[in-house]
Design a binder for this molecule. Structure first.
Ligand code: ZN
Length: 163
């Protein structure tokens, strides 16, 4: 699937709850895993591939997972780190995020989860969840920290979250 850039209206749209956990959803998730991997991202949300549903995928080094219909119930602490976005190539900036959060969600089969996530996983969850509301990291970036990186650094800058 083609990853849309920030100029596409889908990136500024609201998304709908998923009610059917069918073959179409499984195919969407599989295709999103592939696009995330190709883009060297740690996360990817459905609006980034033009699908206005409450779905995102992530992989923080423990294999790909799908998150459907997420809700955050509790957020704690604050941490500032560099982020990028697959829909805004090569741009990076520092974004404050909750350090830990408790979330409820479903996977692509409809199975329900309730977990507390922290660090990089918590950051990816917040970045991706924002995409489900048409919010981009540039809306939350600390002024003056936005900068462009070289194309090759997209793959090699390890501290940055590109999602
Ligand atoms: Zn993003």
């Amino acid at each position: 699937m083609e990853i849309l850039d920030y100029t596409h209206p889908a990136l500024r749209s609201q998304t709908e709850e998923v009610h059917e956990f069918n073959a179409e959803l499984k195919r969407l998730v599989t295709d999103m895993f592939e696009s995330m991997e190709k883009g060297f991202g740690v996360g990817l949300a459905a609006p980034q591939v033009g699908v206005l549903k409450r779905v995102f995928v992530y992989d923080v080094g423990e294999g790909p997972h799908a998150v459907v219909n997420p809700r955050f119930t509790r957020a704690r602490g604050e941490e500032i780190a560099s982020e990028g976005c697959l829909s805004i190539p090569r741009l990076r900036g520092d974004v404050p995020r909750a350090e830990r959060l408790t979330a409820v969600w479903q996977d692509e089969t409809g199975k329900r989860f309730r977990r507390t996530v922290e660090g990089l996983t918590a950051r990816v969850f917040q970045h991706e969840n924002d995409h489900l509301y048409g919010i981009l990291f540039t809306d939350k970036v600390i002024p003056g920290t936005l900068h462009m990186i070289e194309e090759f650094e997209e793959e090699t800058e390890p501290e940055a979250v590109s999602a």
